[in-house]
Design a protein around this ligand. Structure first.
Ligand code: ZN
Length: 421
């Protein structure tokens, strides 16, 4: 995953253009994603797919003719979606088009101007303070033309058509945590799941933020009823604790499954209520869709100083945190895949477990007492109304202990699976 982040890092991405295609091509080397191209001008709900932006060169030369800002040194130097320009300006005029961050004076901030025609450069605040009076030559060789919005989609068919949606944004240039970490975890998860038998079908989206999810929802409105669980992946490679932002519903099964995994991780974590600010969960959870989609991250956007600056780089993201995020995603999927509703076939008083040799079969999981408790809880609540996740929550036992007890009871003929699950 870290290698993929490293390969993706130098690409100058935006919400459309060549950088998106190069990004998807690198993901395609790991996962056979389908590439979709939606023409500029396509109406998608209240939005219109914008003109495609591509950039080749961008620089500023100081009064002595020396290049002092250069896109070649960092993709963040250019205001993303800048219109083309070639002009000579006074320092005062140029300053209207320079963006810096006084709070972090040595870092280049990341700024965009997608939907208003503008141009500009981003630079460290200390560099801005050091600029002397005189004439500056600015050059941005970019194009804003009719083209396409490009996104990637990968569908893994499971036993049923009921779907799990995983979405990651692909529109930020050289930012490692906010963007690339989500792409890497999603790509490797897709590859890993392709080797497993699956109950649910999985749909992975690699889409530009906001306009990508709006476009996808607009094109797939009739299909979204299949989505039973969903996660937006972002900021999954930093050292912070795992944070989960619940879906708008707040009590969707995905919210409960993630909570179950984090609660039993033995590590610090945070669960946040839904808010209509953040990543593409905003669109998936808009009231007309209200899909069960939460957002999985480590440190949330804007809560680490490196966020949207040149310091969100390859040192800020570490392989071990990507791996930890990946492991937690698998644990969440394990719950989704194995959650079931059972019927106790011996509901009148407790069945005699000892004579069936059941205690010895569940023994050794953790400790004998909780194994026995798990059996009793599963037997008691398997009335066709409670899922294994319900039972884990109510008993305060680990989902894995409950699922294991249910399997043993099922094998011994004491449970039958509810057909609808
Ligand atoms: Zn961002």
């Amino acid at each position: 995953m870290y290698r993929l982040v490293t390969e993706l890092f130098p690409i100058c991405r935006s919400i459309t253009g060549k950088g998106v295609r190069e990004t998807l091509a690198l993901v395609q080397e790991r996962v056979p994603i389908d590439i979709r191209e939606v023409p500029s001008g396509t109406r998608v709900f209240d939005w219109i797919v914008p003109k495609e932006w591509n950039i080749r060169e961008a620089w500023v030369k100081d009064p002595a003719g020396k290049k002092i800002i250069d896109l070649q040194k960092s993709n963040l130097h250019v205001l993303n979606y800048s219109a083309p320009i070639h002009a000579t300006l006074s320092l005062g005029e140029l300053k209207h088009h320079l963006y810096s961050s006084p709070e972090h004076p040595d870092w280049i901030p990341y700024r965009t101007s997608y939907y208003n025609n503008n141009w500009g450069f981003c630079l460290p605040h200390n560099q801005l303070l050091g600029l002397s009076e005189g004439d500056y030559e600015v050059f941005i060789d970019s194009s804003l033309e009719d083209g396409h919005l490009t996104y990637g989609e990968h569908y893994l068919r499971g036993e049923t058509e009921v779907e799990v949606l995983i979405s990651a944004h692909i529109c930020h240039p050289s930012l490692a945590n906010d963007n690339l970490s989500g792409i890497a975890v999603a790509a490797f998860l897709a590859d890993h799941l392709s080797k497993l038998p699956l109950k649910y079908s999985y749909r992975f989206l690699f889409i530009p933020g906001t306009i990508g999810s709006i476009t996808w929802l607009s094109l797939n409105e009739s299909e979204v009823c299949r989505i039973k669980y969903g996660l937006v992946f972002t900021c999954l490679g930093d050292s912070g604790k795992v944070t989960y932002k619940k879906s708008r519903r707040g009590d969707a099964d995905i919210d409960r499954a993630v909570t179950e995994v984090l609660k039993n991780s033995g590590e610090a974590f945070e669960i946040r209520e839904f808010s209509p600010y953040g990543y593409d969960e905003r669109q998936f959870c808009s009231p007309g869709f209200n899909l069960p989609v939460g957002c999985l991250m480590r440190t949330p956007h804007s809560q680490y100083p490196e966020y949207h600056t040149s310091a969100d780089n390859l040192d800020f993201v570490r392989p071990e945190y990507l791996a930890d995020s990946f492991t937690k995603c698998l644990a969440i999927i394990e719950i989704l895949e194995s959650d079931r509703v059972y019927w106790n076939l011996n509901p009148k008083c407790e069945p005699q477990l000892g004579k069936r040799g059941i205690y010895s079969q569940v023994g050794g999981q953790t400790d004998g007492k909780s194994d026995e408790l798990a059996l009793l809880w599963v037997l008691n609540l398997s009335d066709g109304k409670h899922s294994l996740l319900d039972i884990a929550e109510r008993s305060n036992l680990k989902f894995s202990a409950i699922a294991n007890a249910a399997q043993v009871l099922f094998d011994k003929g004491l449970l039958r699976q509810d057909r609808s699950t």
